[in-house]
Design a protein around this ligand. Structure first.
Ligand code: NDP
Length: 282
């Protein structure tokens, strides 16, 4: 399709990551194989899953059945909250690789910075992920939903900053302070729920920008994230929307649109998901 190829960004360890990928949260095991295969068929080469999503086996099957060489796909998965103890992390990581039908993932993340009920601690967990990186079974390791104090603790206690922090970001929750910290420390920002889970399309400024640019509200919102330099992976199970979400590389936001979308930031009130400091165990 005309919108391809998708740009790539460089991680702090030199690996390349496609800036636009495909999210699989809440894609049921039943829908997952066909949906991921469809996305790959359209040209997407970056899939984001997690142990928590209970669809790694289907993502693995979709990749295998797509016939696309494994090394052409950037594959991310994440450690579940109840698997922080080193032995649990090792076992569950091995299970993820088996389910995903691969001997390495491109990116493995600590899903949430929870010192869990199971006695885990995210610094100890981080050290375990660094083992996986050394073994080459995770090409890159990173974190998700870490706040500045969490990142500072990793740096202070291990001397190693994650290459990636995957956090909620969209125009209603711009998360600018954390993004600035990432920039200072060479951490790549991945923006989860880049479409604010569909809650942003009724916004007047989004609608009028879409009309002005001849694009859809979703495309305008995704373009805002791309132009800020973040990595995005919108989720959809709807074929036309998956196509639409890819078709964002043939236009740019004008200054007015950028300013309009920047003005939609509601701070903490804009979050659609859990707060990292208060999230309950899943
Ligand atoms: P998104 O912001 O991607 O929004 C998904 C919703 O938007 C779905 O309801 C989808 O509907 C709808 N949608 C998608 N495209 C369009 C479109 N073009 N027009 C209208 N509606 C559209 O939400 P997610 O929470 O799924 O975030 C994306 C990914 O980020 C996740 O799938 C996951 O991989 C990751 N994530 C990570 C988290 C973490 O803690 N690390 C937390 C949350 C997400 P439909 O599917 O019915 O088409």
């Amino acid at each position: 399709m005309s919108a391809l190829p998708i740009p790539t960004l460089e991680l702090s360890n030199g690996y390349q990551i496609p800036q636009l990928g495909f999210g699989t949260y809440k894609i049921s095991a039943e829908d997952c194989v066909d949906t991921v295969k469809y996305a790959l068929d359209l040209g997407i080469r970056h899939i984001d899953t997690a142990q928590m999503y209970h669809n790694e086996a289907e993502v693995g099957r979709a990749i295998e059945e797509s016939g696309i060489p494994r090394e052409e796909i950037f594959l991310t998965t994440k450690l579940n909250n109840d698997k922080h103890l080193p032995e649990d992390a090792r076992r569950s990581f091995a299970q993820s690789l088996e389910d995903l039908r691969t001997d390495y993932v491109d990116l493995f993340l600590i899903h949430w910075p929870l010192p869990t009920l199971y006695g885990g601690d995210f610094v100890q967990t981080w050290r375990t992920l660094l083992e996986f990186e050394q073994q080459g079974r995770a090409r890159t390791v990173g974190v998700s939903n870490f706040q500045i104090p969490h990142l500072e603790r990793l740096m202070k206690e291990t001397g190693v900053m994650p290459a990636v922090n995957q956090v909620e970001i969209h125009p209603h929750f711009a998360n600018n302070q954390l993004r600035s910290f990432h920039l200072e420390h060479n951490i790549l920002t991945e923006a989860w729920s880049p479409l604010a889970r569909g809650t942003i399309f009724g916004d007047e400024k989004v609608i009028s920008a879409a009309k002005r640019l001849g694009k859809t509200p979703a495309q305008v919102v995704l373009r805002w994230g791309i132009e800020r330099g973040d990595v995005l992976f919108p989720k959809s199970v709807t074929p036309d929307r998956i196509k639409e979400n890819l078709d964002i590389f043939d236009f740019q936001l004008d200054e007015q649109t950028k300013a309009d979308l920047d003005s939609l930031d509601k701070g903490e009130d804009g979050r659609t998901g859990s707060h990292p400091d208060t999230m309950a165990l899943l």
